[in-house]
Design a binder for this molecule. Structure first.
Ligand code: CO8
Length: 258
């Protein structure tokens, strides 16, 4: 794949996307989001990929949407032209799990990109924030919606209204990130977690992702019913037969991903 602002590679069954605009602290513009979308399309289409990692640099996961690019946009550019916002949904619609491996700044759209992923693993250097209020605007890619679901209303209001940054320890305590690791171990930890996920049955992994996400889109009763139906459907999989047979026979399962 030929990209200018991201790097992509495959490590075993893991697809790795590295944001690569170091001089702009990986600021997100339409081209970056187009390239991320294209990379996700390719990884989704690849049967050999079971999980995806998105990361940035030591200094910044992403310092937000590209302020210079959007400074002079009119309402019609933003609304009718769908500038900045186009392609953001692609991260959400990816059916394979995505881990955000975050070091340094994850601000504004950068924090929102991380929150759109399924798991955030943070380096101890990570700093999260929604400082858009300082720019005369507000979060536009989930900051006012995903952040309160992750950390609760009080802390989300605090971050969005005061523009203060939250360090990795606070983010872990608040439930935004799943684990904090030393900065020099970040990629290794994220890739190991992704490899573990990718070693399991891909359809089961996709069903789990779909079911957990359902918890945020439905009532408890609807979510439980959805989970029950998906659980029932797992008995149609060869991998369910293999997984349970392997346990009974005291051996390692060999999943075929079907
Ligand atoms: N956009 C464009 N360029 C940026 C951005 C950005 N968000 N952040 C940093 N840069 C650039 C700087 O302009 C600078 O470039 P240059 O060297 O050419 O002057 C370079 O990166 C390095 O930055 P600094 O010199 O400022 O580095 P510092 O270490 O002093 O500060 C900070 C680092 C604190 C991260 C600082 O750069 C900063 O505050 N950046 C802006 C953070 C911010 O406000 N982010 C929110 C942006 S708005 C947004 O994300 C809206 C999301 C809506 C998404 C909608 C899609 C649906």
């Amino acid at each position: 794949m030929n990209h200018e602002l991201i790097l992509t590679e495959t490590r075993g069954r893991v697809g790795l996307i590295t944001l690569n605009r170091p001089k702009a602290l990986n600021a997100l513009n339409d081209q970056v989001m187009d390239e991320i979308s294209a990379a996700l399309d390719a990884f989704e289409a690849d049967e050999g990929i079971g999980a995806i990692v998105i990361t940035g640099s030591d200094r910044a996961f992403a310092a937000g949407a590209d302020i210079g690019a959007m400074a002079d946009y009119s309402y019609m550019d933003a609304y009718k032209g769908d500038y900045i916002t186009r392609n953001w949904e692609r991260v959400k619609t990816c059916r394979k799990p995505i881990i955000a491996a975050v070091a340094g700044f994850a601000l504004g759209g950068g924090c929102e990109l991380a929150m759109t992923c399924d798991i955030i693993i943070a380096a101890d250097s990570a700093r999260f924030g929604q400082p858009e209020v300082k720019l005369g605007t507000l979060p536009g890619a989930g900051g006012t919606q995903r952040l309160p679901r992750a950390v609760g209303k009080a802390k989300a209001m605090d971050l969005c209204l005061t523009a203060r940054f939250m360090d990795a320890a606070e983010a872990e305590k608040a439930g935004l990130v799943s684990r904090v690791v030393p900065a020099d171990k970040l990629l290794e930890e994220a890739l190991t977690a992704a490899e573990t996920i990718a070693s399991f049955s891909l359809p089961v992994v996709m069903m789990i992702k779909e079911s957990v996400n359902r918890a945020f889109e439905s009532s408890l009763g609807e979510g439980l019913l959805f989970e029950r139906r998906v659980f029932h459907s797992s008995f149609a999989l060869n991998d369910q037969k293999e997984g349970m047979a392997a346990f009974v026979e005291k051996r390692k399962p060999s999943f075929r991903h079907d």
